[in-house]
Each structure stands twice: as structure tokens, then as C-alpha cells.
Design a protein around this ligand. Sequence first.
Ligand code: PGA
Length: 239
Amino acid sequence: MKYLMLNHKMNLTEEEAIKYAKDFNEVKPNKCELVVFPSYLYINLFKGKNYSLGSQNVAIKDVGALTGEVAASQLNNMGCAYSIVGHSERREIIGEDDIEFINKINELISNNMTPVFCIGETLEAREKGNTYEVLEEEIVSVFGSLDKDSIKNIIIAYEPIWAIGTGLTPTNDDIDDAIVYIKGLVKDNYDTNIKVLYGGSVNDKNISTIDTIPSLDGYLVGGASLDIEKVNNMIKEIS
Ligand code: PGA
């Protein structure tokens, strides 16, 4: 079963979120495993039975005194089963690094949550032919410090940075090659069969084409996830 993961980022007013959550509770996931990552503010609105709940972020450690952060134990307590780690927006805009990703992944695993670890190359790296070097570096620098048992519980989201929010997507062959490369690298180095999602400008118009990629285990969707009609259309196209 493929995943359809919906990353709301910093979007929706309270009124919009209430309406979205009400409509979302009626969505039938059909053949996919549906996961929604709302803003922290609205997590409590999502109590439906047809989907799982995820957090867009998590604190690096579980202590009471860490102003402004939310601990994995609190997220788990609120029903979150997944959390995004290493999204390019947090790498580039917030400046998060590998040490933080390692700490966050360890926190999630010890609280029975699944990390969705995002990796992906810049346009410059792709044009220089360095895509696989970037992917390898992003995986090894984090996975090298994790237990093998932890790695088994991670899902990777392959998200080329140049495809996020731009309307651009790689060709199916390029996505397939990157996913096969990632799966091979994790298998060879850590003896684990890992699931890999694709993210970057997936929407209800292009998902049927992307869905034919043999190595793909699902999607991480930003912009198109904010429209319930688009969510329903995407679900229909997933095989
Ligand atoms: P997008 O975002 O679908 O709007 O490109 C994807 C993501 O950032 O996870």
C-alpha cells in the first residue's frame, strides 16, 4: 500500500483548518495509507479514523525546559505516529544540521513514532551531475550515527529541492533511478529494506504519471494537500 502524506506547512487559518478537518474526516483513503501533518495549532482537530496523524517537527530532546519546542512524547500522546525530519525548508531556512536530525530521529524512535526523513539535491547539484553524491552524503551523515534497529523504522522522502513548490518535477526515470539508488545504498550499508516516497510539486494532475514508477512507495505532498478536492482526486489515481 502506498503512502499519501500531506504536509500543510504553515498554512490555514483557524476557520480554514476547522473546515478542512471536518471535510478530511470524510475522505476515504481507498488503496493508500493516508497521513496528515497539520500545523501544531490544529493537531487536535484531526481525530478521524481513516488516516494517521503526523507532526511537521519535533524537539531534539525530551525535557520540560525547552521553550517553544514540542517533545516526541507529547506528540505521541496527542496521537501522532509520524514526524517529518530534515525537510529542506528546515535545512535551508532554519539552518538545522545532521546532529539535530540524529537527535530528533532518536527521540521519535524511542517514542514509537516513525521519522519521515527528507533528502534531495539542489538544481545546481543536479546540473553538475552530483545528485547521487548529495543523496549519499545526506543519508550516511545521519544513518551512520543511528542504531540498525532505528534505521528499520525510518521512511525516506526523496524531495529534489528544485521541485518543491515550483511546479517542476523530475522525469519518472530520474525519480526511479534516485529511489533505486537510495534503496540500494541503505540495503548495502545498513542491511535494511527502506521505504522511499517522492515529494516535490505532486498534484492531482501529475500523480497518475508519477504513480507508474515501480520503485515508489508513496508521496509527500505540500501545496496540493491544502485542497480536499485535490486530495480526493490524488487518492483516486494511486494504485
Ligand atoms: P510541494 O511541497 O508539494 O508544495 O512541492 C512538498 C514538500 O515540501 O514536502
